[in-house]
Design a protein around this ligand. Structure first.
Ligand code: FES
Length: 112
């Protein structure tokens, strides 16, 4: 590991997010929605809808998309791409990886 690396944003055991569900991880700086997909892959995006600041993590996972609970916009749970109106702007996405100790890590690298 790079000694100057800030380390992961969050570390959690995989069992905290059962397959087919989402979960919010929040600290004093950031809030992220983690998705555990039916094929056992993972995604992480910011917990803020680009339409009108809805809390995405209070929505649900459907067809690899996180559905906003406020007006139903859909975002790709891995890339953060906006997939349906009323949202037209993508949201930030984060990488999720399995660590050697069996825990999952959400990393700082974000894309849009
Ligand atoms: S705030 Fe998310 S769809 Fe409107």
């Amino acid at each position: 590991m790079n000694p100057e690396s800030p380390g992961p944003l969050f570390i959690f055991p995989p069992a905290e997010v059962p397959i087919g569900t989402i979960r919010i991880y929040t600290n004093e700086m950031i809030s992220i929605v983690v998705s555990h997909l039916p094929d056992d892959t993972w995604g992480a995006v910011e917990n803020l809808c680009s339409h009108d600041n809805g809390t995405l993590g209070e929505g649900y996972l459907q067809n690899n998309r996180v559905i906003c609970p406020r007006h139903g916009a859909a975002f790709d749970c891995v890339s953060g791409a906006a997939k349906s109106l009323p949202a037209v702007r993508s949201i930030l996405a984060y990488s999720v990886s399995l660590q050697d100790n069996g825990y999952m890590a959400i990393d700082h690298q974000a894309s849009s």
